[in-house]
Ligand binder design. Sequence first.
Ligand SMILES: [Zn+2]
Length: 377
Amino acid sequence: MQYCSRCVYPEVAVNLILDDEGVCSSCRVAEEYNKLGDEMWSTRKQKFEELLDRYRNPDQSNYDCIIPVSGGKDSYWQAHIIKKEYGLNPLLVTYHGNNYLPEGQANLDRMRDQLGVDHIVFGPGIDTLRKLNRLCFRKMGDMNWHAHAGIKIVPMIVAVRYRIPLVVWGEATWTIAGMFSPDDYVEYNKRTVLEHDLRGYDWRRMIDEDEGIEAKDLLWLRFPSDREFADLDVKGIYIGNFFKWDPNQHADLMRELYGFEMARQPFERTYRTMSNLDDMHENGIHDYMKFVKFGYGRASDHAAKDIRDGYIDRDRGIELVREYDHVKPRRDLERWLEYTGFTEAEFDEVADGFRDARVWRRENGSWIKDNIWDATS
Ligand SMILES: [Zn+2]
């Protein structure tokens, strides 16, 4: 197994490639972003302002834009910029997957109060969510598929229904894997969302007789049609293309301005306490499944990002990966088993079926893989 020589990503990381110098595509794109000087960022900011001017509602007869929010530090920051810096009237839209941590829920509830904005919170029936947890875990080893899908689809349904053509997303997440350059100004498009966020599965693939999931349970998973998008001229932009994106700074600023709360207790699988408060399983067994599949987890993601932003060096990153990536999150697993009715033995059996042969081998009854600390010693 090869690892990026700058961060801690293994070559099997999703959508990643290592170049001839052993540097990963994610680090290369970060390098491009870091090269953008203040002048470039101010040009980008100007572009953003021109966009807002073009879409701003002229006569107060509708909202100026939609901001999809989870109530996390980044969505606070987005809403802050749009509402407080530019004085627009946004409509916040949340997909609620029913698994918020209490502090995440408190952050979400506080947005209306702190920012003085209107807010639609959409949640599918909990029975359907439990079924989708089970089905998608079996189907693709990802119990949180519903969340990845709901977050990306529900705000677009609201955009079309409310006739609000501008949707302002946060970080252009595909840049993390190095798929796009800053100059691509990547925008929301259904095809990329379907292929990446939804892993190629649309709502029709979720109709399931055994679980009892019917078409009527999945209305919120249907993208508006191309026709509807075109008629309204819907534009989904990523604010991360226009402003320097530093999650650590967002968290500090949002704490200071709005009393944003971090996790009240440490996570079992990563050292960061400011992310993923909107779904307790996201940093827990959902992420553990990434480790089972590909041999790395969120501690690797967080360390890689923090190395690139200069908060830690690579040695410290490797220590963190060693401490967290392999951990089976007991507390979180227990809750999920109770939520879905799986036993731990069933969970393990399904999980093991997803182990990637490029990463794992079986030795004396245990699953073994190469590790980054051996690769560098
Ligand atoms: Zn890298």
